[in-house]
Design a protein around this ligand. Structure first.
Ligand code: NAD
Length: 433
């Protein structure tokens, strides 16, 4: 039996020992899914605070509860120490892939993880990259580092890419019910990765290469970014034409084929949609090709926080107030509903533009007790009738389920609603996007 056939057998019998590097929104659910399925899992993270929290039974992630940790029955072991990879069979990399200040891919986290594990990878092991990245990362960046040991991919060790499609806050689709795409450096590597994920997800979708698997993820997120850009532009157009964009989308969505509804909002947020398409355009720049849809969608989406501020200024103007000195309360600063993640949230920009214009801005978000701004941080205020009444304008930026739109409308002097949570309410003091 070859080394990779031996690993295959260990995976199928759930004897394989698995390490997951990076225990965030992606890595922790992956690690716990394997542990719940009976695998012994070592979780490696570079943050001592995160490892301490996990050891105390706290996850820090809304979708992953302490009960999920308990359900692993001691098979999940969090650590800071890469040396523990020494006796592992599978290593899955789930570290961040942000943009640099110049909006270029920042692969430093992937490189740190690959360098960190390379000295401990043993013959017969499998490495899977899950971080979102541009096509070519696995074979052009990861493979050369792992090959320095003299071992050969597809013979001595396996290497694969499998994009993560988890959708934080989504109650309908969970890790196990979302099909998992896998591509390998060789067909044997792909078969190993397919057998690995086949243990914990209902459906695995093998593709012909790691580059295709990397491209699948970027297609999915570029599709979202472009469609959100389109519908945001439709919102701007409807505004000029005096047409209700929400009513328009709702009616268009009754077409049973050929139309998928997307909804406007205050701008893009999160660790994926505003960032991932830039990985693709960066890669294409090197090939002298300009990814035009990506650039245009990004331009429209990036203008939305300014549009929201325009609406606030207009609303205050109708009340014969200037934005300078007015009290503005932002409802929700997480980038989307029901998550405790404010990364790239458009609320941050809305907050900062309004503050720069002299408004006295505060926010309420039950999921984000403290918001980091460019200059310092602010704390969420309590939501009471008094807080609402005191504000000159209340801006609904995130549609958290706990927000009671009727309560907000009843007590606020003016409401700018960027999420259509006040749908059907006919009050004069509501301004919808
Ligand atoms: N968050 C999502 O909804 C989502 C969905 C699909 C794909 N992704 C992709 O998955 C990847 C991870 O995203 P995330 O949201 O889980 O990020 P995250 O910031 O929540 O978690 C990343 C973790 O990696 C740790 N880390 C960083 N460098 C490390 C290193 N060298 N060694 C060990 N640990 C390290 C950090 O401390 C952190 O805990 C990114 O590429 C992202 O684009 C994210």
């Amino acid at each position: 039996m070859t080394l990779l056939e031996q690993l295959h057998k260990k995976i199928e019998t759930r004897q394989a020992r698995i390490s997951v590097i990076g225990l965030g929104y992606v890595g922790l659910p992956v690690a716990l899914s394997f542990a719940r399925a009976g695998f012994r899992v070592t979780g490696i993270d570079s943050s001592p605070a995160k490892i301490e929290r996990l050891k105390c039974g706290e996850t820090g992630i809304t979708d992953v509860s302490s009960d999920d940790l308990q359900a692993t029955e001691g098979r999940f072991h969090p650590t800071l120490d890469y040396a523990e990879i020494r006796d592992q069979d599978v290593v899955i990399i789930c570290v961040p892939t942000p943009l640099s200040k110049t909006k270029d891919p920042d692969l430093s986290y992937i490189l740190d993880a690959v360098e960190g594990l390379s000295g401990y990878l043993r013959p017969g092991g499998l490495v899977v990259l899950e971080s979102t990245t541009y096509p070519g990362t696995t074979d052009e960046v990861v493979l050369p580092v792992l090959s320095r040991s003299g071992m050969k991919a597809g013979v001595d060790f396996g290497l694969a890419y499998s994009p993560e499609r988890i959708d934080p806050g989504n109650k309908q689709y969970s890790f196990s019910t979302i099909p998992k795409v896998v591509g390998g450096i060789t067909p044997d590597c792909r078969a190993l990765a397919a057998s690995l994920y086949g243990q914990i997800v209902e459906r695995v979708v093998p593709v012909s290469s790691t580059r295709t698997a990397e491209m699948v993820k970027l297609l999915e997120n570029t599709f979202r970014s472009v469609n959100i850009g389109l519908v945001n532009e439709i919102a701007l157009i409807c505004d000029r034409l005096g047409i209700d964009v929400w009513e328009t989308i709702e009616a268009a969505a009754t077409k049973p084929f050929g139309f998928t509804p997307f909804y406007p909002g205050p701008g893009l947020g999160g660790h994926c949609i505003p960032i991932d398409p830039h990985y693709l355009s960066w890669k294409l720049k090197a090939l002298n090709y300009s990814a035009r849809f990506i650039a245009l969608a990004s331009e429209v989406n990036a203008s939305m926080p300014h549009y929201v501020v325009e609406k606030v200024v207009g609303t205050l103007n109708d009340m014969e107030k200037s934005v300078k000195g007015s009290r503005v309360l932002l409802m929700g600063v997480a980038y989307k509903a029901d998550v405790n993640d404010e990364r790239e949230s458009p609320a941050i920009e809305v907050f900062e533009i309004l503050t720069a214009k002299g408004a006295r801005v505060s926010y309420h978000d039950p999921h984000i007790p403290k918001l980091r701004l460019n200059e310092g941080g602010v704390r969420s205020v309590n939501l009471t009738t008094q807080t609402l009444k005191r504000a000159d304008c209340v801006v609904i930026l995130t549609a958290h389920r706990v927000f009671d739109a009727a309560f907000i409308v009843r007590h606020a002097r003016a409401v700018v609603d960027t999420r259509n949570v006040t749908r059907g309410m006919a009050a004069e003091h509501i301004c919808r996007l």
